[in-house]
Design a protein around this ligand. Structure first.
Ligand code: TXA
Ligand code: MG
Length: 323
């Protein structure tokens, strides 16, 4: 099989301390051997990521958990059994085998089993964990295809494992199990409601305070264009008004809103009919607007349930004021 050769090459690059872009169901990751400090340091350099921002450690199966966390509470096993492989990241106490550079010096480690056949084969063939942030430069839009990775990281990555387009399209949900009660640090591919069902309690969203996760930085996931969030019924009118002023406008047209005809300087993308389809397309839409030269993107927040919570979170971050 052709992919056997690709896996073998990727394993060789990782063993040599190199960087491999890996497909996952959420977004592409930029991976290195999680136990190799020099290799992990290359990830931070390639991304331009501040050293205090910790990476997610990717495992090949749920039964690797005991090996890669210093302590695993019963709830972690239950969540792993239910959601792994899948878009859920669990924060647990860091074991000594994970060097502090991976966790930004924190006493905890972020763990998940990604749901992509190629990357699962890679992990099992490599036989050890891979530290990987999203494969974009710090602050930029996350990549959801191999072409996106090559475009944003170019020579900084030694090998790109092409696994096609990501099926979920937004990053994993991050749940902090190192504190009681558990906290939702980042909404993502596993809906909050699904976690609450297993936890048997409502989940608090980590509120402002010291930044624990760069995903919590308001200035994250941003396209080049400025993003303007408005009530659903005002989105189309405002896009038309800005276009009439001579601005290059991207319109993320809400479901059920009519007009305008796309024209020069006005790019229209229709919001898909389901939250799943919206999530899958989301980062690609932002890239399309950037590629079309839009200065401003006008959009509305979706209903904040299911994947809608994660979409709204990424829209708010993209709309946050830039300094
Ligand atoms: O879906 C995903 O999670 C993707 C794919 C590649 O797995 N990865 C991803 O990585 O989104 P990144 O680096 O873009 O985001 C990792 C997030 C950051 O917000 C980081 O702060 C948080 O995980 N994180 C990592 N370790 C942590 C820790 N010990 N405590 C709190 N947050 C942590
Ligand atoms: Mg990221």
């Amino acid at each position: 099989m052709q992919s056997d050769d690709e896996i073998a090459r990727a394993v060789a690059v990782l063993r040599a301390g190199g960087l491999v872009a890996i497909p996952t169901e959420t977004v592409y990751g930029l991976a290195a051997d999680a136990t190799n400090e020099a290799a992990v340091a290359r990830i931070f350099a390639a991304k331009g990521r501040p050293p205090t921002h910790p990476l997610i450690v990717h495992l090949g199966a749920a039964d690797w958990l005991e090996h890669w966390a210093a302590h695993v509470p019963p709830i972690a096993h239950r969540l792993a059994a239910r959601f792994w492989p899948g878009p859920l990241t669990l924060i647990l106490p860091r074991p000594a085998r994970v060097p502090p550079i991976v966790t930004g010096g924190q006493p905890t480690v972020a763990l998940r089993v990604p749901d992509h056949p190629l990357t699962l084969r890679l992990l099992r063939s490599f036989g050890s964990a891979l530290a990987a942030p999203s494969a974009n430069r710090f602050g930029a839009v996350s990549p959801t295809t191999a072409a996106d990775v090559r475009e944003t990281l170019g020579e900084a990555v030694d090998y790109v494992l092409d696994g096609g387009a990501c099926t979920v399209g937004l990053e994993s949900t991050i749940l902090d199990l190192s504190r009681d009660p558990p906290r939702l640090l980042r909404p993502g591919g596993v809906p909050r409601e699904a976690l609450e069902e297993i936890l048997g309690m409502p989940l608090e969203r980590e509120s402002a305070g010291p930044v624990r996760a760069p995903g919590q930085h308001p200035l994250h996931y941003a396209p080049r264009a400025r993003l303007l969030l408005l009530p659903t019924t005002q989105v189309v009118d405002e896009a038309v008004r800005l276009h009439a002023e001579g601005r290059h406008v991207g319109l993320l047209r809400p479901r059920g809103e009519a007009g305008p005809q796309p024209r020069s300087g006005l790019k229209v993308i229709d919001v898909p009919g389901t939250a799943e389809a919206y999530a899958r397309g989301f980062y690609g839409f932002l890239r399309e607007f950037d590629r079309a030269g839009c200065e401003v993107i006008v959009a509305a927040l979706p209903e904040e349930k299911g994947l809608g919570l994660a979409i709204a979170d990424r829209l708010r971050r993209a709309a946050a004021p830039r300094t």
